[in-house]
Design a protein around this ligand. Sequence first.
Ligand SMILES: [Zn+2]
Ligand SMILES: [Zn+2]
Length: 256
Amino acid sequence: MKVEILGCSGGMGLGQHTTCYRINEHTLMDAGSGLGNLPQDELKKIRHILITHSHLDHICFLPLLIDNLFEFLKQPIHVYALPEVLEILKQHIFNWKIWPDFATLPNQDHPVVRFHTVQAWQPVVVGDLTFTAFPVEHIVPTCGYHVVSETGHTLAFTGDTTYGTAVMQELNKLGQLDVLMTECAFPDRLLELAHVSKHLTPKLVKDFVDAMAYRPRQVWLSHLKPSQTHEIRAELEKLDLSTKLVLLQTGQVFQL
Ligand SMILES: [Zn+2]
Ligand SMILES: [Zn+2]
């Protein structure tokens, strides 16, 4: 599978774009401001969007994408998320006040977007990929996605999460991973804030990876807060994860 890092920052600023990953041209995981890095012709190829949770940095460009493509869409774009997350999106974004309810436009029988619920541990086949949602622990309802490619390569994207026994019990059901893609929002100095907001710091990333039953072949990290990037990076460089650590950057393309 081809994985493009369209956005992987925990905030904004010149060159900083929030969470959005494209897999095999047609599928996105999350729709943060990184989605704005795709030219129009590439935006038109997107058919499926899997959302981890409703926080703005993960969904802010979803409404704009649908609006952008409205006149070109012959088939609906499919959006997948936990039922609680879809409910939040419908209630607080696609409510005709913040943005139109595109699930009813141009009419209910042939809308430009269709919402689909995902349930933990129920695989969804999307083109040549299989996605399985799994529970993580964040401050709002959130899931991660386990992705298996047509060639059997595996990637697990946790979305935003903290470290804890319950999370690890779920993660360890995934078996051996080629890539664990997770976050490291704060430096260790802000460990307390990470606990309260349910994010990770370098120390918690180490605990997380050490608690995995099968060490992933690579660990990809994202979501560093822009104002603390240097501090977090320095702490990560001192970690010994006994596996390859990649700090994601916008524009990277990986082939698994
Ligand atoms: Zn979040
Ligand atoms: Zn986030």
